[in-house]
Design a protein around this ligand. Structure first.
Ligand code: ATP
Ligand code: ZN
Ligand code: MG
Length: 298
């Protein structure tokens, strides 16, 4: 395995794989980077549990659904909203010909999807009571987050693949545990050094610090950390989240016995996983370990 010496190493890897596209954390992807992401997607698909329902969501979602989900209480600082110009042709023409057209933008009914699993809970709720004890979903989406720093691997626009379980508390927790085990097997197959550690979400403000502490105390979130920037400070490439009844209370998601469901989601950050592969094994795929190449079909 190569040694990741400094952030200079990852920066030269990023220069070779991603093309800056005019704003921090926004990149075009090269062919080889995308082939790696395709390989990762296939690998994750192969591990999918039987019976999982599969959905691909667009990079925008309903603003009111995200408001109902409570996103603005927890992460208002990360949210991006779609704003547009409205009015008749002379009005819009007049605005765009002036320098201050941005001031005339108005919020629409759309926001940029911040995590792939948000659309699934209202979708399932709309179907009514779940007829079997636990359901699982494989969802993916481009996600947006208005990150305040832009170190390697912290993008503003990135892809997330998630496996979600909605069911009894036992089934939801077992699902998360099975996926932790599967994720470890994936990391081993890819010859990636990893550790799974307790984690918290980047909740907003002073109250957010308390929420983060309670999340760690209750062991609600774990992350798989893999070196991207450095060996000493590995990067969260996957997360394993237990929401208790949070989403079920909001959407009235109930199992057959009438109880509120519990939900878990397991998220794969596809760009971060790809960067971890290049950071660990080098820029030349021909030099990667045979097991890694075979696993990814590269
Ligand atoms: P971080 O700890 O880096 O702030 P997070 O805890 O907010 O990330 P989650 O909400 O658990 O991340 O998101 C699931 C996964 O999506 C992460 O494990 C990571 O792989 C990926 N991810 C999150 N934010 C970004 C980002 N800004 N750029 C690229 N990938 C990201
Ligand atoms: Zn999720
Ligand atoms: Mg985190």
């Amino acid at each position: 395995m190569r040694d990741i010496e400094s952030s200079a190493a990852i920066n030269s890897i990023i220069d070779a794989l991603l093309v800056p596209a005019g704003a921090p954390g926004i990149f075009g992807r090269t062919e080889i980077f995308e082939r790696t992401i395709e390989g990762l997607n296939r690998l994750i698909t192969d591990r999918r549990e039987s019976g999982a329902e599969v959905f691909t969501f667009p990079p925008v979602m309903s603003r009111s659904l995200l408001e109902t989900a409570g996103y603005l209480k927890s992460f208002p600082h990360l949210l991006g909203c779609v704003s547009c110009l409205s009015g008749d042709e002379p009005h819009i023409r007049g605005l765009v010909e002036k320098a201050d057209w941005v001031d005339a933008l108005g919020a629409t009914d759309l926001v940029l999807t911040p995590a792939a699993c948000y659309p699934i809970y209202p979708l399932v709720a709309a179907r009514g009571v779940m007829r079997n004890a636990g359901r699982s979903f494989d969802v993916s989406s481009y996600c947006f987050r208005r990150e305040s720093t832009h170190e390697a691997g912290r993008l503003q626009s990135f892809r997330m693949r998630e496996h979600v379980c909605i069911g009894t508390p036992e089934l939801a927790l077992q699902f998360r545990q099975r996926w932790i085990t599967r994720a470890e097997a994936i990391a081993q197959e890819l010859a990636l050094p990893y550790q799974v550690a307790p984690a918290s979400d980047p909740f907003f403000g002073r109250m957010g610090k308390l929420m983060a502490m309670s999340q760690v105390e209750q062991a609600l979130k774990f992350e798989m950390l893999i070196p991207v920037l450095s060996r000493e400070q590995p990067t969260a490439c996957m997360s394993f989240n237990y929401h208790l009844e949070h989403f079920s209370e909001i959407w009235d998601l109930r199992t057959e016995d009438g109880a509120l469901a519990h939900t878990t989601c397991v998220a794969f950050g596809l760009e971060r996983l790809a960067l971890a592969l290049f950071a660990t094994h080098g820029i030349t795929i021909a030099n990667w370990p045979a097991t890694t190449r075979a696993a990814l079909g590269l």
